[in-house]
Design a protein around this ligand. Structure first.
Ligand SMILES: [Zn+2]
Length: 435
């Protein structure tokens, strides 16, 4: 090679190296330093003057040392507030959002809105959910796989909302009368072990993250709790889900479905009022999560006319709430693990964390209540190494509240001022103050 060529080669190599450096720089993840006056990290530590270093969508470090802030980092000063991990709601119906269109009861909207309209409207509920500090949800029942579409749109950044773990259709027994002509089963309908296996496998094939089964009556303004599936059918659903590495959530309003769901090995039990002591003891022993969803009946009572329920259910629903709370009290005392689930539906989004108030009424400390929406919920999702805590390697899901949530749970419920999901600020009311 001639000297000029050698020079040219060196020159080209140098240019390439510069280019690579430039590419690395532009591909580098943005770094943010979020300062909190106090920080409850859900790892057993209450920090004073904490700095959370965020790189891309993850937490790189938590420190009190300001010199650890990398040069060029965007500093977000929330020193007036207490930081919490992004909260997790393990029982929602994100796609069954309805607005308050005057004169149109929500039940009627549900049957008249085309699926595309439903999914478009759902973005509002998703936003309200984020604003309440909830950055992750487990969604327990949708039609036409709208939940899978919504999860994927959010993950692609096309829709703003909490990270979703979804179940597709929940399994339920035949509950419609015979009609002349063809009677194809609706999505989710499964009678007998063989059909249970088929429908579980259908949800997994559709891309569901987990399985949901309705093992008793009771929904909306109906608070009956008759067991709908046999133990064998429930066991088949649990085993089929577990065989594919999926968890299962089982709905039971009453004690019989609860007993069989727990014995069959469900991962979580939803609603479950009037549970007997043996079932509660079994849940504590097995580590079955209890998701009592006490607050959703409060929401139904407050909004029954807008939803379109006929009057006459109020007394039995009030009595159900009392029994639901009493069952939660017993279960907490017995050492059962809880996860926070709102059962948010219709216009309830944004009220997702009110359930925490009921947990404190059931005997929890505010810190124990916060665990149900952080570490416990993350464990139920199987995501305890990346969700539900503020620690290195976890998703940068952070919430700033005004006040001390460990002294008063209402601070976590009502005073959310700022929310970050996966490193991006998704709600910010810190500048609204004083207006
Ligand atoms: Zn539900």
């Amino acid at each position: 090679m001639k000297p000029t060529r050698i020079f040219l080669a060196i020159f080209l190599v140098a240019i390439c190296a510069l280019n690579t450096n430039a590419q690395e720089r532009s591909a580098a993840k943005p770094v943010k330093a979020v300062k909190f006056g106090k920080l409850w990290d859900a790892k057993g530590k209450l920090w004073t003057n904490a700095i959370v270093i965020v790189e891309g969508d993850r937490i790189r470090n938590v420190t009190t040392d300001a010199s650890a802030i990398p040069p060029g980092a965007e500093v977000i000063d929330l020193s007036k507030y207490t930081g919490l991990p992004g909260l997790i709601d393990v029982h929602t119906h994100m796609t069954i959002y309805t607005d308050e269109t005057p004169g149109v009861p929500m039940l009627k909207q549900l049957t008249s809105n085309p699926p595309a309209v439903e999914l478009f409207l759902a973005r509002k509920g998703a936003m309200r959910t984020l604003e309440s500090g909830v950055t992750t949800v487990r969604d327990l029942g949708a039609d036409q796989y709208l939940d899978i579409a919504m999860r994927d749109l959010i993950n692609r950044g096309e829709m703003t909302g909490p990270r979703m773990f979804v179940c597709g259709y929940g399994l339920y027994i035949t509950n419609t009368p015979y009609k002349p002509g063809l009677n194809p089963p609706a999505g989710g309908v499964a009678d007998g072990v063989a059909e249970v296996l088929r429908v579980v496998r259908q949800q997994i094939a559709a891309g569901a993250d987990l399985i949901k089964m309705y093992a008793s009556t009771g929904t909306d303004d109906d608070v009956t709790g008759f067991e709908t599936y046999s133990y064998e059918e429930i066991k088949a659903a649990v085993d089929a889900a577990h065989q594919f590495g999926k968890k299962i959530a089982i709905h039971s309003y009453g004690p019989d479905g609860a007993r069989d769901a727990v014995r069959a090995g469900t991962d979580s039990l939803e609603h479950a009022t009037d549970m007997d002591d043996a079932t509660i003891h079994e849940m504590a022993k097995r580590g079955t999560f209890y998701v009592p969803t006490i607050d959703h009946n409060r929401y139904y009572l407050d909004n029954w006319q807008k939803i379109g329920y006929a009057s006459g259910f109020q007394e039995k629903t009030k009595a159900f709430i009392e029994r639901n709370l009493e069952t939660a009290r017993k279960a907490h005392k017995a050492g059962v693990k809880f996860a926070m689930g709102s059962d948010a539906i219709y216009t309830m989004f944004g009220e997702n964390t009110r359930e925490l108030g009921w947990f404190v009424k059931a005997g929890m400390t505010p810190e124990q209540a916060l665990r149900t929406a952080t570490t416990n919920a993350a464990e139920l999702l199987g995501k305890e190494k990346e969700l539900g805590a503020v620690a290195p390697g976890y998703f940068a899901d952070l919430v700033a509240v005004e006040g001390d949530p460990l002294a008063d749970i209402n601070v976590a419920i009502n005073n959310v001022r700022w929310v970050m999901k996966a490193g991006a600020v998704v709600a910010d009311k810190t500048k609204d103050r004083g207006h």
